[in-house]
Design a binder for this molecule. Structure first.
Ligand SMILES: [Mg+2]
Length: 244
C-alpha cells in the first residue's frame, strides 16, 4: 500500500532517542519527493508545533499536545492553531490548574507547561517520593472530572476528550477528505500512541517499541525489529520499502 498521508509520532520515532539526526531530514525529503504529506502527531506542546512548522518547510500541519490542538501553515504562510477540544474545556483546565496549585502547596508544573494550551504536566520527580500526595492529586482530578496519564517523566492532565486517534480522524475529514483512514499509515514507539494502534488500520512500531510492548493493550499492526530499524531509521526503511 502506498500511503496518501503519513502520520508519525516525534520523540523516539522521528528522533534517535533524544537526538535529531540526518535521518529525519531524509524522511522529509523522501516523502516530499513522492508528494506525500507528513503530519507529526506528538505529545509536545503547541510551541513545538510552531517551531517545527517554522523550520521545516516540508511540513504543513503538526498535531500537538497528544491530539488537543493542530498547528497549521495557512495559504498566506501565517501559522495558526485549531482546537480539537471545546474552548470551554481549555478554560476549565486553566481554572482547575489554579485550584490545584492552591490546594497542593509547593506543587510545580513542568517547565514546558507554560507553552501548553490543552494540557498541563507535573514533574514526577517530586511526586514519586511522596506516594500519598500523588494519590491525593489523582483523587482530586477524578473528583473534578479531569483526565490524566502518567509518562516516565510527567503526570499529564487535560479536560475533555483528547487522543491522537480522535484528532487524526477529525483532521482527515477536514483536510484530506478525498482519502480514507485506510489510506494512511502511522509510526509510533510508545504508550501515548496506543489510541492509534487500536483504531487506525495501518500502524507501525519502530523497533525501540519493544521496551513498552508488554504494557500495551493494543499493538501496532507491524512491529519492526533489529537495531537497524530503531526510531527514524525504521521509519525510513519501512517507507522506502512501501514506495519502491
Ligand atoms: Mg514517542
Amino acid at each position: 500500500m502506498i500511503p496518501r498521508v503519513v502520520f508519525s509520532d516525534f520523540d523516539g520515532t522521528l528522533t534517535s532517542h533524544t537526538d535529531l539526526t540526518v535521518k529525519f531530514f531524509e524522511i522529509l525529503n523522501l516523502l516530499s519527493d513522492h508528494k506525500i504529506p507528513l503530519v507529526i502527531v506528538t505529545g509536545r506542546s503547541i510551541s513545538w508545533g510552531h517551531f517545527l512548522l517554522t523550520h521545516f518547510p516540508q511540513l504543513k500541519h503538526v498535531i500537538c499536545e497528544g491530539g488537543g490542538v493542530l498547528v497549521k501553515r495557512k495559504q498566506d504562510g501565517v501559522i495558526a492553531k485549531e482546537l480539537y477540544v471545546d474552548e470551554k474545556e481549555v478554560t476549565r483546565l486553566q481554572n482547575f490548574t489554579k485550584s490545584l496549585l492552591k490546594k497542593f502547596k509547593g506543587l510545580e508544573l513542568s517547565a514546558d507547561s507554560l507553552g501548553r494550551l490543552t494540557d498541563r504536566a507535573i514533574e514526577l520527580s517530586d511526586l514519586m517520593i511522596d506516594v500519598d500526595r500523588m494519590k491525593d492529586i489523582k483523587t482530586f482530578m477524578d473528583k473534578e472530572n479531569v483526565n490524566y496519564s502518567q509518562s516516565n517523566v510527567h503526570l499529564n492532565f487535560w479536560c475533555g476528550e483528547i487522543s491522537k486517534y480522535k484528532s487524526v480522524s477529525e483532521f482527515m475529514k477536514k483536510y484530506y477528505k478525498e482519502y480514507s483512514l485506510e489510506q494512511t499509515i502511522f509510526f509510533g514507539d510508545s504508550m501515548n500512541d496506543e489510541s492509534m494502534f487500536k483504531d487506525l488500520p495501518h500502524t507501525v512500531g519502530v523497533s525501540n517499541i519493544k521496551e513498552v510492548l508488554k504494557k500495551l493493550n493494543y499493538e501496532p499492526s507491524v512491529v519492526l525489529t533489529g537495531e537497524e530499524n530503531a526510531g527514524p531509521q525504521g521509519v525510513y526503511n519501512h517507507l522506502e520499502s512501501l514506495l519502491k
